[in-house]
Design a binder for this molecule. Structure first.
Ligand code: SF4
Length: 503
């Protein structure tokens, strides 16, 4: 059932915008497999959900606003037989709400129907969309994902095969993306050349394949992790088996480091290590970098818990439960008055006076982005009788907005971009505050190439000025590491001619 969940509360978290999943499994109930995988990925997006199924003849899509469990009934899933499917759950952002923005996006190329599920953001989609509209190509939404779907159609229609159309599209689009696409008889998956957004490949015991944003979706499908989809790679899975080819040249690896801090589920695995373990290490490192005399370490549940456990273990201060989370509140909303805003936080969290009364607390959270929720929690703990509250963030200071698929505030709303440490402490009404250092964070994650732009301003993909102008504080200029690619600077017609010459 359609449901408008309201505007997201400007809380202390960055929000991933989507989770994607794909499955190729003839003889299996692929719609139901996708449903359960999307439930495992629900933390990546709660505003809409959708599933597309290919049955050898056509592609059927069902999508709507709401949680996965609200969008699909048993009867819906039973009415979607097939052997290939993709699914999507989405965290909506301003300007791209509503049913039309829900995914997978359906497109027709000649007589072939495709459905596309996208996690990420394309930073040059405005220009591409304008060009496509000038060519009388119609749009149903203003999303970058629909631009990608239409581009794939554009290039495929001009005499190329679908995977060549995908490859041509990958050379035109800029940004962070992990995409899964189905047609009636095949599954495709492809990833941006820096590997900013995650995408993993798994094998089912009976010979099928799955792809997903995180390994937790492989686990629920009964699939074994095979490998990551490589940056710039396209894989195609059909009756002919799995084929891999290069869609575009891989560039300097820039995996989103915030997946390690917060986005990914703690039981998902990356580079051989669970995110739980990495976050535990972040907490331990934070205890070394910012020790404090206290009686009890508590977490902001649930996302702060692994780091709080690590902090407690390293510091020797006991770990306790000082805050209880209401597990049935997925999101809260913008509230017009401070009193109602306070209620918004209390909807999600409540203090345990019996535990915190008379104690000096270390309150560990995975990150402190705006500071709004942290302030409410500190007040709540003090009202419950805590004598001191020392705030510890297991991520470095977030000082720059993200443009690659994460819903970030404008820079003027990021507390660390506007205040020094003492001002932050005072704003949060805390007794002390500390953030993990960037070096400390690197020491806790496997050696890899990372995007750290939200901490450092070093953006791995050039951001067009039109895209960011209003996001930065006066005087802040992004430090773009890489200029946009040559092909993405071309018009569609120029690119088509060049790519035609290349064969
Ligand atoms: S800017 Fe931050 S949140 Fe965005 S992709 Fe880079 S590391 Fe991830």
């Amino acid at each position: 059932m359609a449901q408008d969940s309201g505007a997201p509360e400007p809380d202390d978290k960055l929000h991933d915008e989507c989770g994607v999943f794909g499955v190729w499994a003839p003889g299996r109930d692929v719609a139901r497999m996708t449903y359960f995988a999307l439930r495992a990925l629900q933390h990546r997006g709660q505003e809409s959900a959708g599933i597309a199924v290919g049955d050898g003849k056509t592609v059927l899509v069902r999508k709507d606003l709401g949680l996965v469990t609200q969008v699909f009934s048993d009867a819906d899933l039973a009415a979607m037989p097939g052997h290939v499917a993709c699914g999507h759950c989405r965290y909506g952002t301003a300007g791209a709400k509503g049913w039309e923005a829900a995914q997978p996006h359906l497109s027709t190329i000649n007589n072939v129907i495709i459905a596309l599920a996208h996690n990420g953001t394309l930073v040059n989609f405005d220009d591409l969309r304008r060009e496509l509209i000038d060519m009388a190509i119609p749009f149903r939404s203003n999303t970058d994902s629909e631009v990608a779907a239409k581009l794939i159609g554009y290039f495929t229609q001009r005499g190329h095969r679908l995977r060549t159309g995908i490859a041509h599209t990958m050379r035109m689009i800029e940004g962070g993306y992990a995409m899964v696409l189905v047609r009636e008889n095949a599954l495709y998956a492809f990833r941006d050349p820096h590997g900013i957004r995650p995408l993993v490949l798994g094998r089912l015991g009976d010979g099928g394949w799955v792809v997903a944003s995180e390994t937790c979706a492989l686990d629920i499908s009964g699939a074994t992790f095979v490998r990551e989809i490589e940056p710039g790679e396209i894989i195609r899975i059909s009756d002919d088996g799995l084929r891999s080819e290069r869609g575009c040249r891989p560039l300097t690896p820039a995996n989103c480091i915030f997946e390690h801090v917060y986005f990914s589920r703690p039981d998902s695995v990356k580079d051989g290590s669970s995110f739980y373990l990495m976050r535990h290490r972040m907490g331990a490192r934070l205890a070394q970098e910012a020790p404090v005399e206290a009686d009890l370490v508590i977490s902001v549940p649930d996302s702060g818990t692994p780091a709080a456990e690590g902090f407690a273990q390293e510091s020797g201060i006991p770990f306790g439960t000082g805050l209880i989370k209401n597990r049935y509140v997925a999101r809260t909303f913008i509230q017009p008055t401070p009193e109602l805003r306070q209620m918004g936080v209390r909807l999600k969290l409540n203090a345990l006076p019996d535990v915190v009364r008379g104690k000096r607390l270390v309150m560990v959270d995975d990150s402190v982005v705006r500071g709004t929720t942290s302030l409410q929690i500190v007040r709540m703990l003090k009202e419950a009788g805590a004598t001191e509250v020392h705030v510890r963030s297991a991520s470095p200071m977030v000082t720059w907005p993200c443009f690659y698929g994460i819903d970030t505030a404008n820079q003027d709303q990021l507390i660390a971009a506007n205040m020094d440490l003492e001002q932050i402490r005072s704003r949060l009404e805390a007794d002390s505050v500390a953030f993990l250092s960037t070096e400390g964070l690197f020491a806790c994650v496997p050696p890899n190439g990372y995007c750290t732009a939200c901490f450092t301003g070093a953006y791995p993909v050039q951001i067009p000025r039109s895209f960011y102008e209003e996001k930065f504080l006066p005087g802040y200029e992004p430090n773009n590491l890489a200029p946009a690619s040559k092909t993405s600077q071309m018009t569609l017609v120029q690119a088509e001619e060049l790519l035609g010459q290349e064969g």
